[in-house]
Design a protein around this ligand. Sequence first.
Ligand code: ZN
Length: 338
Amino acid sequence: MSAATPQEALEQAALAGIHCLPMPTPFAVGRVNCYLIEDEPLTLIDTGPNSGKALDELQSQLDERGHSIDDLELLIVTHQHIDHLGLAEIVVQRSGAKVAALGAATERLANFDEDAEAEDRFAVELMLRNGIPEEVTVALRSVSRSFRGWGSHVEVTDPLEDGQVLSFGDRELQAIHRPGHSPSDTVFWDEQRKILIAADHLIGHISSNPLISRPLDGSSERPQALVTYIESMRKTREMPAEIVLSGHGEPIVDHVALIDDRIAKHERRKEKIYKLIAEQPRSGFEIAQSIWGNVAVTQAFLTLSEVIGHADLLVNEGRVREVESGDVVRYEAVRVQN
Ligand SMILES: [Zn+2]
């Protein structure tokens, strides 16, 4: 029976032993949804950020269900973002739980500090190359450093292959790699109950940012995060899911309509960006400024990721090309000869 409302979806998930535990975060996104699966093994999906407040709430929300952190037997990490995994080390220390996450992300997760540094260097280089002033990159880097304390390194004991099935006493969950929002995004599919635990791959009330991040395989090529994300969404669209449990906000009860809407929005934004480029060649930063004004400065990396993602689509379509001018890359329209 399919759920008509997000509230019904939460109730049906709870009847299936999957309980949403919303954890506080210090970030603009608000609470992050962790999920407790009351099964054998007792499983927590994601932990919330590394803060005393989140730890207290995790403990009290587990208490309400008659469990404690010590009882957890398996921790599943959906992706590499700190709001989802910050308490992993503490949870594992207290419980001795095994940790399952995408195998390709194992090294990343184990070397959190080095990885965060490398990620910041990558972001700064990308921003400079796309015309963002150096002082803006310096400011953003210090913001990013100040956030790092909410993260944690994670020792993965059970690395997952794409498509691998995890067996529980009362269910099976298939781990499926759905990169785009981050390179390590993994969703968990209960085919029998038609429930998809999607974390940040799909969020009902906000569009998941296709943030540009270093490839998991260590290659130096800049990934096309939005291109990858749209491919991932198209695959998820074909799944007969009735309930999609998200990493933030309410469950999604009509993922096909949501995905169609998101893809249409990206299509419209792509055309808007094409118009700006067709007027005159522009850097990624100049495009972001004409769309978002000062937000292109305060949220420089986020808005640049958006612009580059859509420009990638245009480049792949052969309508736009990248031109080097000095140290900065500009996008220019490809004129078709008639
Ligand atoms: Zn995320």
